[in-house]
Design a protein around this ligand. Structure first.
Ligand code: SAM
Length: 218
């Protein structure tokens, strides 16, 4: 620690080179969001005390890797929490509209503050559980990260999609096992083109895995 910088800044992981690749012209906004999260995230219960040394690579860059999978349209991020990946995706893709769906009041307040402070024009925040949000059949794509296993996540996310919409769910190394356990849900929602994408190989140390699948056209 130095005398002239706050603790959070000393603990924050230095910006990795990959950040410039992932965020391009939006890097400055990504920096501002990361610094806000580093400054306030722990006291607001949004991130754990051990996350600052890996905030960029494990959370912000990792979430940003999903941005190229989004298509212009309306994307819902279920369980946005600290804004991962929802705020990060809105920063990386100003051409996409993000609807952040989060039930917890304190987290919703945080998300709304980020939208205001970063002057994001492409975000709205809905305070609700995904099952109760009035968004059934309205979204082109749905993202989520660290909300629940696919077996329970598919039944709360797939109904939000329009016919031919797409799930883009960030997952850990156990995703293949989760797919096996979610067979019934995959059948029930008639998901097609089910695949696991590995993003960021050769760009970051921690790759991002995404479960991607489509609902049938009407
Ligand atoms: C472990 S946190 C992860 C937050 C963020 N996605 C991340 O990766 O840091 C899970 C979040 O999902 C939210 N959540 C849980 N169940 C939900 C539901 N049914 N609909 C919407 N959000 C939900 C919680 O309130 C919480 O903010």
């Amino acid at each position: 620690m130095t005398d002239d910088s706050p603790d959070w800044r000393d603990a924050l992981e230095p910006e990795p080179e990959a950040a410039a690749t992932v965020f391009g012209s939006q890097l400055d906004l990504a920096r501002r969001f990361t610094e806000n999260l580093a400054r306030h995230g722990e006291e607001l219960g949004l991130i754990g005390p051990l996350e600052l040394p890996r905030l960029w690579s494990r959370h912000v860059v990792n979430s940003g890797l999903v941005a190229p999978l989004l298509r212009p349209g309306r994307v819902g991020d279920v369980g946005s929490g600290a804004g991962l990946p929802g705020i990060v995706l809105a920063i990386a893709r100003p051409d996409v509209h993000l609807t952040l769906i989060e039930p917890m009041e304190r987290r919703v307040a945080w998300l709304e503050r980020q939208v205001d402070e970063l002057e994001l024009q492409n975000v709205d925040v809905v305070r609700a559980r995904a099952e109760e949000a009035k968004l059934k059949g309205r979204l082109d794509q749905v993202s989520a990260r660290a909300v629940s296993a696919l077996r329970t996540l598919i039944p709360i996310t797939a109904p939000l999609l329009r016919p031919g919409g797409e799930l883009v769910l960030m997952k850990g190394g156990g995703v293949q096992g989760e797919i096996g356990a979610a067979e019934k849900a995959i059948r029930k929602y008639r998901l097609e083109d089910v695949e696991v994408l590995v993003l960021g190989e050769g760009v970051v140390e921690d790759v991002t895995r995404v479960f991607r699948a489509r609902t049938p056209e009407a």
